[in-house]
Structure formats: C-alpha cells, structure tokens
Ligand binder design. Structure first.
Ligand SMILES: Cc1ncc(COP(=O)(O)O)c(C=O)c1O
Length: 400
C-alpha cells in the first residue's frame, strides 16, 4: 500500500535522542542517560492494597467509562496539594503531563506560531509541539532561568512561553525567586501566556523551591503536574490546572484524544493518596536522590580533576548538566563512552536552535552509588582519550 501521509506526519520523526540512545541498550552498560525514576521508590504494596480496595468497593464504576475532567476526589486532592488557591473545577486529569503538552499544543499552536522555550528545554515538549508546526524560538537562559530582557524582546506575537522553573529537564537548574517575580511580571505586561511544567518540584533536597509562576498569576498560566516522579511513571497519570478562560478548550481537545484518563488508575491513586501517603513517601525519594546526587558530584570532582569540565549541583530533581572542554562533541563521545560501558545523553538535541555540542545530561537517580562511581571514572577516561585525540588533530592541522 502506498500510504499518502498527512503533512504533519513528516514532523513526527523518531526522537533524535532515541536514535542516539539505541547504542546504550547493550547489556552491561551503566546508563546515566534515561529519565527513569528509581524503581526502588515505587510503592508496590500500597498499589496492591489500593487495587484490591478499588475493585472490591467500587469495581463497576472503576471499570466503566468516566468523566473527561477526571475523578472528582482526585481533582480535589490535586487542588488541595497545590500551594495556591485552586478550584477543583480548574483541574484536568491527564494521561501523564506529556498529554498536557499535547493538549496545549493542539489548542494554542497554528502552523508557524511563535512558541518561546528555554535554552535548552525539555525535548519531549519540542516533540509534543512539533506536529502543530510551531516556530520554536529559544530564549536566552542563565543559571537562574530565562533571561527577562530576551523574553521581553521575543514576546511579541508569541502564543506562549514554555517554562520549567524547578530542577529543569535537562539542566537541573531552578529559577530563583527574584527571576520568577520578574518573569511573571514581564509576561503579564506583555500579555504572554505561560505554560509551566513542574514534574520535579516535589523532589527537592534541602528546601522547597520558590512558589510556582501559576501561584503568582493564575489567570496567565497553564500549569502541568505529574504523578510520574512521586509515585510511578507507568501509571501515566498527570494533571493540568488552567484558567477558566481556556479550560473548556483543553477539555474538548482531551475528549477527542482519549475520552478520559483510565478511571481505574485514577481511583487507585486516589486511594493510595488518602491519609497523607505522599507526605510520608516523597521524603524517602528526596533522601535517596540527594544521596545519589552527592555521590555523582563527589565522583565528578574526583575523576574530572584538571579536565576543565563544568557541572552544576542541582538542588533537586533527577538530572545534572555538564559542559566539556572546547573541541569535544558529546554526540561523537557517546559511542566511545558506550565502549567503556557508560551512557549519557548529549545536550545538543535539547535546544530549539543550534545546540551546544559540548553539553551533556547525566541522571543521578537510576544507577546505584557504586555504579555512579564506576560510570564517572569510565567517562573521565573516555574524555581523556578524546582530548588527546582532539589535541593530536589540532597539532596535525597546525603543521599542515
Ligand atoms: C519536563 C518534563 N515534562 C513532562 C514529562 C512527562 O511526564 P509524564 O510522565 O507525566 O508524562 C517529563 C518526563 O520526563 C519531563 O521531564
């Protein structure tokens, strides 16, 4: 059959990253590449108990079609969980926050629409927006988040700016209080809607991050949240909070996509969450991830000594961002690292425009502390060899 594809199908290319990461699937590889939460944190017994309870008490309703907006007690629980005044009628339960990104794209993007993103940004968002054919424009970003002056300069005619203020994927950076206040004020003044994505906000190590942007100007923000990182990603359960002015459109978009998020899962999570379960469970994830972050930073300090490698110390989340010395391209480095049984994610695909080839993302949550030590040592060795190679090439070029 000669399928005649829709023009938008051309925008649904396999993720560059997935292709790159195929080499990392070899057995024996220590992967610092994936964005997978540690399976050690999945509360399996609590799910088993909640499953039995839901089937026993509400089996018929749990297996029936349900409301597109989501299960009312779960919407209420989400509203209660958030730090600003949210009415449950503003909460839409989604099939992962990834679906929230898809719904936002469907409702807000026309072909050619300008969409502002951080530099770099979450690759999955670029993928979700892609089929709607936007013109993604990167806003300059520093250690504190997006640079306000550049945001203002690019705001005209943009449909929205997509921001990840907490423990960003991929950089692990957090937007400071001062920057949040300035971004919020600037966006409101420019009439620029914000899409705030916050799947990692609860995974803080020493202190909770500043208030979300949505708390500052609820009318100007669509806020996305997720249960993937605080319970388990296989649930595919997330939510969005939207102003009343845009909520019905997002709901209609969702109805067309999947009618509703699985009600069995929603009821089960609602049962798991009752009696303050998350308040007991999430601190155990924070403690584990903090230990692992410390181990990775110690390993980097030890192994990369003298190699001119810059890396940050994220205050939460799952990822650390590093920049290697001049002349190194992390896409070229990856297969060489894989030869030494360690994998990472090259940073360049996370940029809306030209990526920085020297950057890479490391996850500190899935590998054990011992594996982190081994992996960082192997990565440093790979880098040393690559630097020698780059140096030789430079020397050869100079001699020609
Ligand atoms: C920044 C960001 N947004 C959204 C998602 C999607 O999460 P979910 O599992 O809720 O669909 C991820 C997943 O890693 C992410 O890193």
């Amino acid at each position: 059959m000669n399928w005649k594809l829709a023009a938008r199908a051309a925008k649904m290319n396999p993720s560059v990253l997935r292709e790159i990461l195929k080499v990392t699937e070899r057995p024996g590889i220590i992967s610092l590449a994936g964005g997978l939460p540690s399976p050690k944190t999945f509360p399996i017994q609590a799910f088993a108990d909640a499953c039995a309870e839901v089937l026993h008490n509400d089996g018929q309703a749990a297996l029936q079609y349900a409301a597109s907006e989501g299960y009312a007690p779960l919407r209420q629980a989400v509203a209660d969980m958030l730090q600003w005044n949210v009415d449950p009628s503003q909460v839409l339960i989604t099939t992962g926050s990834q679906q929230g990104l898809d719904l936002v794209a469907k409702v807000l993007i026309d072909p050619g629409s300008k969409v502002l993103v951080e530099t770099p940004t979450y690759l999955g968002a670029l993928q979700a927006f892609g089929p709607m054919e936007p013109n993604p424009v990167g806003v300059a970003s520093d250690d504190e988040g997006v640079v306000v002056e550049d945001l203002v300069a690019k705001a005209k005619d943009a449909r929205f700016v997509y921001l990840l203020p907490n423990f960003q994927n991929p950089t692990g950076r957090t937007m400071t209080e001062a920057r949040r206040a300035a971004v919020s004020a600037a966006a409101a003044a420019a009439d620029l809607p914000i899409v705030e994505d916050n799947p990692y906000g609860e995974l803080w190590f020493d202190e909770a991050p500043p208030l979300p942007l949505a708390a500052r100007n609820p009318e100007g923000v669509i806020y996305l949240g997720s249960f993937s990182k605080v319970l388990a990603p296989g649930l595919r359960l997330g939510f969005l909070v939207a102003p009343k002015s845009i909520y019905p459109k997002l709901l209609q978009a969702k109805q067309a996509v999947d009618l509703h998020t699985p009600i069995f899962t929603q009821r089960m999570v609602s049962a798991v969450m009752k009696d303050g379960f998350l308040e007991r469970h999430v601190p155990t994830i924070r403690a584990l991830y903090k230990r692992q972050r410390d181990a990775m930073i110690a390993a980097l300090q030890r192994e990369m000594k003298g190699l001119d490698v810059k890396f940050n110390a994220p205050k939460g989340g799952m990822f650390l961002w590093a920049r290697l010395p001049e002349g190194i391209d992390t896409v070229t480095l990856l297969p060489k690292a894989v030869e030494r049984n360690v994998a990472f994610v090259p940073g360049a695909p996370f940029y809306a425009g030209q990526g920085d080839p020297r950057t890479l993302r490391l996850s500190f949550v899935t590998a054990s502390v011992e594996e982190i030590d081994t992996a960082i040592a192997a990565l440093a060795q790979t880098l040393r060899e690559e630097l020698a190679l780059v140096g030789d090439k430079k020397l050869a070029a100079a001699q020609i």
